[in-house]
Ligand binder design. Structure first.
Ligand code: PEP
Ligand code: MG
Length: 593
């Protein structure tokens, strides 16, 4: 048993088996039985094929981009993979010495390095790096196939990763994941949002564990305390079961609340919407009483694929969700790629400052055909009148004008091809950067609605990378400058009579509910597990009180003072913990499909 302390990113508590993804998984040096020889050899052949395919793809790509000479290195590596001596050695170690596949490869190649190092011939010595490179490629494919088998054959999986990127998570079996552990990643990074939307715990900032742990190890992740226990004792497992049953009871009670109206004690209504990324999220949200969708993230149609999803594929999915919520509204956000989300067909396009680089709307405007295809799909999905379209990370008014031209052109194309669509679909933008927040009065006349993305607004206002756990103490949603902007946006929207909502993580944090209502926000959009907590909070307060709270907060001069004030005001700390805890995977399947 070993305990590790990290950062609490998503609350909840769960136990399961560890599956390590990306660079950390260790090669196991274990003996295999005669029975396993056949499958190890098969796995070896698959990995060889995959490695060859990868090398030939790289060779073709580099030839095209840089020329034949530069690509020669990959042809040498391809020859190494086919070398009969090398293949025989590995197969011998597996079938006669009964060593595991990874171990056999590692050992064979170590022998080869040593021999090469001793040679006088400098040509061979220089090939050592190529050998190392080939080894890494082979081992990478072997580990990937081991992981795949593990994911397919186990349930209650705890995903551990150095850094969890959207491209890693799209192919994970979400219904089997009970927790996440990461080495890097802050409160509003991709992993955090995913964990919260699944209602599972995430602890970040843990690196030591990766040195000891291996795939299949048992682990307990406690997102309330930011603690991970590797190979827990029986007693620790028993206490986990007890805590889980207490939480289950509380969640059952809360589910009754899903059917109640969302209004304050003095009768003012608030609209609670959901942040979703799939039909399963939509079902969970409906079950928790969401009155529509305030943010439908669509990145999955553009990540981890050879090509972006077609117009028809997008249309079918968007329409299914629009129909499911009809007549309630569904806000579909166009692709928000870049940052830590890399696009289909363009893996590894890295920039020195990805969050300040070609991200979100900037990418979309640079590839108008892909962008327009998505817009056409959304316009068609809105034929019944309950879909709104929204654009991420706008930074200047020219972008809004350009978008509108593309929407007009998409509409003309649809009309020409006799396809039905919503001619009057409301157009909105996300307010995620200070330039738009400060000058919101220039944007409001040009759009039908706005939604504040506080995850990015905090990041860009405070110049703090939202995914970097080492500066997470500086990521302050309650910083007076952020609150100033939030209040300003709300006041201006009211003045212009335009709907303003919040769809960043702040909206789902019930400790901030009073504050956001006090500023005038009446539409809040969040992941399904938070809907009930926020609703309970709303039902327990008077709207008049929230205005007073905000008036008081306005006078406080630092995030920590505001935090203290909230702490006193929101005094039941156990309840606060549970309230903001999500439901630990307790969102049941909804048969209302
Ligand atoms: C936000 O920035 O607050 C937001 C909702 O968008 P995302 O988290 O997808 O960047
Ligand atoms: Mg954002």
């Amino acid at each position: 048993m070993k305990k590790y302390k990290g950062l609490k990113i998503s609350p909840g508590i769960a136990g399961g088996h560890l599956c390590i993804i990306n660079s950390h998984q260790n090669i196991e040096h274990n003996k295999i039985s005669h029975r396993d020889v056949k499958s190890e050899l098969e796995q070896f052949r698959t990995a060889l094929n995959e490695t060859e395919k990868e090398l030939s793809h790289l060779s073709a790509q580099v030839t095209k981009e840089l020329g034949k000479d530069e690509a020669a290195i990959f042809q040498v590596q391809q020859m190494m993979v086919k070398d009969p001596y090398f293949l025989n050695q590995i197969e011998h170690k597996i079938s006669i010495d009964l060593k595991s596949l990874g171990w056999s490869i590692e050992e064979t190649l170590e022998d080869a390095y040593r021999t090469m190092q001793q040679l006088d011939d400098s040509y061979f010595r220089e090939r050592i790096n190529d050998f190392r490179d080939v080894t890494h490629r082979l081992l990478k494919h072997i580990l990937a196939s081991e992981r795949q088998t593990f994911l397919e054959t186990h349930k209650d999986i705890v995903i551990a990763a150095e850094n969890l990127l959207p491209s890693h998570t799209v192919s994970l079996p979400r219904n089997k994941i009970v927790a996440f552990i990461t080495e890097h990643g802050g409160l509003t990074g991709h992993a955090a949002i995913l964990a919260r939307s699944l209602g599972v715990p995430l602890v970040s900032g843990i690196s030591e564990l990766f040195k000891k742990a291996k795939i299949g190890d048992e682990v307990i992740v406690n997102g309330y305390y930011g603690e991970v226990i590797l190979n827990p004792t029986a007693k620790q497992y028993k206490s986990l079961q007890r805590i889980k049953s207490i939480i289950r009871e509380r969640v059952k009670e809360r589910k009754k609340i899903a059917r109640l109206v969302t209004k304050t004690k003095d009768g003012e209504k608030v609209l609670l919407l959901a942040n979703i990324g799939s039909f399963q999220d939509a079902k969970d949200a409906m079950q928790m009483g969401a009155k529509g969708v305030g943010l439908y993230r669509t990145e999955m149609y553009f990540l981890n694929r050879e090509e972006p999803a077609s117009e028809d594929e997008q249309y079918r999915d968007y329409k299914r969700i629009a129909d499911y919520f009809y007549p309630d509204p569904v806000v579909i956000r166009t692709m928000d790629l870049g940052g830590d989300k890399f696009q289909a067909g363009k893996p590894g396009q890295k920039e020195p400052n990805p969050y300040l680089g070609c991200r979100a709307i900037r990418i979309s405007l640079r590839q108008p055909e892909i962008f327009k295809t998505q817009i056409r799909a959304i316009l068609r999905a809105g034929v019944s009148g309950n879909v709104k379209i929204m654009f991420p990370m706008i930074t200047c008014i020219e972008e809004v004008h350009e978008i509108k031209k593309i929407i007009d052109s998409a509409k003309k194309e649809l009309k020409k091809s006799n396809k039905k669509y919503d001619q009057k679909m409301p157009v909105g933008i996300m307010v995620e950067v200070p330039s738009v927040a400060i000058d919101i009065a220039s944007y409001l006349p040009n759009v039908d609605f706005i939604s504040v993305g506080t995850n990015d607004l905090v990041q860009y206002t405070l110049a703090v990378d939202r995914g970097n756990e080492s500066i997470s103490n500086l990521y302050q949603p309650l910083n007076p400058s952020v609150l100033f902007l939030l209040n300003h946006i709300s006041q201006q929207a009211r003045l212009f009579k335009k709907e303003a909502s919040i769809c960043g993580e702040m909206a789902g944090t019930s400790r901030y509910t009073d504050l956001l209502l006090g500023m005038g926000y009446r539409n809040l959009s969040m992941s399904a597990p938070f809907l009930l907590h926020v609703k309970m909070r709303i039902r327990s307060i008077n709207m008049k009180e929230t205005t007073d709270i905000w008036e008081k907060m306005k006078t406080l001069t630092s995030a920590s003072k505001i935090e203290d004030f909230i702490e006193k005001h929101f005094s039941d700390s156990l309840d606060a913990m549970m309230l903001d805890s999500g439901t630990s995977g307790e969102v049941e399947q909804n048969d209302n499909t």
